[in-house]
Design a protein around this ligand. Sequence first.
Ligand SMILES: Cc1ncc(C[n+]2csc(CCOP(=O)(O)OP(=O)(O)O)c2C)c(N)n1
Ligand code: SF4
Length: 311
Amino acid sequence: MDLSDLRIIMSQISAVNLTEKEYLLPGNRACPGCALSLAYRYILKALDGKVVVTVPASCLTVLHGMYPVTSVTVPCVNTPFAATGATASGLSAGLKSMGRQDLTVLAVAGDGGTFDIGVQALSGAAERKTNFIYVCYDNEGYMNTGNQRSSSTPLGAISGTTPVLGKQQKPKDILAIMEAHDIPYIATANAAYPLDIYNKIRTAKDITGTRFIHVFTPCPPGWGFAFSDTIKIGQMAVETGWIVLYEINSGIFQLTSASKIMAQKGGKLRHLSDYIRGQERFKNITEEQYSELQAYVNLRWETCLKRAGFR
Ligand SMILES: Cc1ncc(C[n+]2csc(CCOP(=O)(O)OP(=O)(O)O)c2C)c(N)n1
Ligand code: SF4
């Protein structure tokens, strides 16, 4: 190893050299084992306090706390459910008019607030190439109001509004929708891989325009698994191909983190049943639905391997 290799290694963030500064404080109102709180902690660390956040109605608003108490040390504008993209656009215009280039505008919304009610405001802002980072944390349902199904809820999953047979439709492909907007940066992430989230936010921070990051956030009470299994579920999602970790930076697609390692080792996936089995929400899934999910996961994984040059 020469000096330049050593410099590259030293510049990479690891658990050893990660900042100890905290912007999300302990004692907040998230459930135990909440993947959102873990992901959000690393997102804020990556922006190092130089951020203005906007959050719509969601579990994240609850996590922030009720006025006059808050668990977050950065400024946040709470916005109506449908308005995250619009509020982020306003914040971006305001900071520009004040000549403030030191602050990042960060919008963080759930899957309900992104895939469903917030999609038009986000689409409009992305089409205008508005300057902000938009993080959609995806717990695959409207969790804050009691786990109603969203357009991200998986086929076959039981929810508050699909209580017996489970959801009968496949999720909307939000990443394909955002890619169609031709924005400069798109990434997927997963709360079980916090350093990957950190690195992606750092990359996004230095890009101008709309940057979209989808973060998979397992939800113990909503999905029906033990509070202590959040990381295990998150890792299994990657190992089975339920979630693929990648980024598309200026049109260049590459796998990252555990997905990249899996691809380098030949690209074999674990059986999806390993992931499905541990979750109460899939207890009534039919064989037909399971086969459909497995076929979808296989096809998407092969597509990603091809895009990343592994096939
Ligand atoms: C216009 C409007 N409709 C409904 C609500 C009620 N509401 C508040 S939070 C929420 C669910 C949010 O779901 P999601 O965006 O997925 O975030 P999560 O709760 O899962 O964190 C709903 C339906 C609202 N605040 N405003
Ligand atoms: S309901 Fe789920 S997403 Fe919401 S705070 Fe609890 S664990 Fe987190």
